[in-house]
Design a binder for this molecule. Sequence first.
Ligand SMILES: Cc1cc2nc3c(=O)[nH]c(=O)nc-3n(C[C@H](O)[C@H](O)[C@H](O)COP(=O)(O)O)c2cc1C
Length: 217
Amino acid sequence: MGCPFVPQVRKGRGAGMLVRSDVISEISRHVQSMTDMIFSIKMRLGVEKPTDWRDIIGIINDMPLSHLTIHPRTASQQYAGELHTDEFNRLLEQSTNPVIFNGDIESPSQIDAIRESHSELNGIMLGRGLLKRPSVIAEWYQQREWTHAERVSHLLDLHEAIFEHYSKTLTGGDAQILSKIKPLWEYLGTEFERKAIKKIIKANSISGYRIAVMQLA
Ligand SMILES: Cc1cc2nc3c(=O)[nH]c(=O)nc-3n(C[C@H](O)[C@H](O)[C@H](O)COP(=O)(O)O)c2cc1C
């Protein structure tokens, strides 16, 4: 119940389910009957309103979930705009399931801040922040911000692993590999100068791409 992709939401799928209490009730019945399975939910706060969750939290509480992950935005906000922390805090109070926070976390200090302000939290989930700074969790565990050089080296290692994986598993040739890997630079690219990233995005052969990436190191 986290996906805000409009054609899905319009059909009542993804985050669109947040206002379909009939569907959630049916899911809840299945979840409660399947005692040999472990379930979790990931959701936004609402479709248009950040208060939509209030109408379904009772149904969600009836399900014994391993955790309930909340990205405190509405579907209409897509991936930007204010996080509705007040509504998130209310939900945290009302949830009988363990809650995980998700949204806009990009640095070890932000992880500390959210942990300090929300001692009841059961975990923190990172999406884009982890792609922008793949070392962020290692840095948090070590309680030490890495230097730019250390972060870049870690990021390039991750890129190398993904590149190798795509090269081995994709069967559509160089064009397919490039079309799969280039979008990652929207996130991986934040540590670098835009000019260098533009070169990567413009590369139209694997060798040109590899050279452009090597120039980042
Ligand atoms: C390109 C992209 C793809 C995503 N795909 C999924 C997905 O398949 N399932 C899901 O639950 N969330 C998906 N999300 C949402 C993220 O898991 C996360 O809830 C959201 O990006 C907010 O967290 P963040 O600020 O840490 O990225 C996606 C986000 C992005 C940017």
